[in-house]
Ligand binder design. Structure first.
Ligand SMILES: [Zn+2]
Length: 257
């Protein structure tokens, strides 16, 4: 966290939010391999993430605020499928966070079993178009059934694992599904994150504006200090071209122009 703040200051960022993950249920994880830097264990094909270490986390945020007084440091959390875990979500959010993201990282199981993580192998087991449609349907479901988060994270999450060698991902093929999710988000007055792990298709941000989306945020999803704000220059230019601008609050979200 300290090194990420150093990086943010070096880059001249006005603000940084640490939206650590809160994962409330074990995920099927057939590969058995835990990605580097994750606090998780895999037993019998199920990945378990330890509870969000709230005390340790908030103490670190406070320590960094003391060390970097010129940087606005937001506390935050990225809730994984909060609509499936309303009680755990409420208990965690009672502690108070500045920035709360809602995320879908897995698909509900067809057979009533454990949800299926959108891991490296997802496109091996289901047709690509079906994965995207199921993902967007679950995102829409989360928006409609959970009001505990303020920002929808990475609406293009499965695109990160789009199969190599397939036709390039084309958001136009899923316009109706994107618009449905975006409309639900706009109607609830929440914001859309432009996540730069993969460049978000400008078309999606234009649809967001079309349906009345009020604001965007920027997330590099950096899991290490070196990648803080990766791709932000391009993302900011794209947001401006799509009808969003910095607001009067230099630390705030970007409202529609
Ligand atoms: Zn995520």
């Amino acid at each position: 966290m300290q090194r990420s703040c150093e990086r943010a200051v070096t880059l001249g960022l006005p603000s940084i939010a640490f939206t650590d993950h809160a994962d409330f249920a074990p995920w099927p994880w057939p590969s058995g391999i835990v990605p580097a830097g994750w606090r998780a264990t895999v037993t019998d094909g199920l990945m378990t993430v330890p509870p969000f270490p709230v005390e340790e986390y908030l103490a670190n945020v406070e320590r960094c605020r003391g060390m970097f007084p010129g940087l606005r440091i937001l506390s935050g959390v990225e809730l994984s499928e909060p609509h499936w875990h309303p009680t755990s979500t409420r208990d965690l959010l009672n502690r108070g966070f500045d920035r709360v993201l809602g995320s879908v990282h897995s698909l509900p199981a067809d057979d009533g079993g454990h949800p299926r993580a959108l891991g490296d192998d997802i496109f091996d087991v289901r047709p690509a178009a079906e994965v995207i449609r199921a993902y967007l349907a679950e995102v829409t479901n989360m928006i409609r059934t959970c009001d505990q988060f303020a920002v929808l994270a990475h609406i293009d999450y499965p695109v990160r694992r789009w199969p190599v060698g397939a036709e390039p991902f084309d958001p136009d093929a899923f316009e109706e599904e994107y618009r449905e999710a975006l409309r639900a988000l706009a109607d609830s007055g929440r914001a859309l994150e432009i996540n730069t792990q993969v460049p978000l298709a400008p078309r999606v941000v234009q649809w967001w504006r079309d349906v009345g989306g009020g604001a965007v945020t920027f997330g590099s999803d950096a899991h290490d200090p070196e990648t803080v704000a990766n791709g932000f220059a391009d993302a900011a230019a794209m947001a401006e071209a799509s009808g969003f601008r910095p607001g009067t609050d230099p630390f705030g979200m970007w409202p529609r122009a």
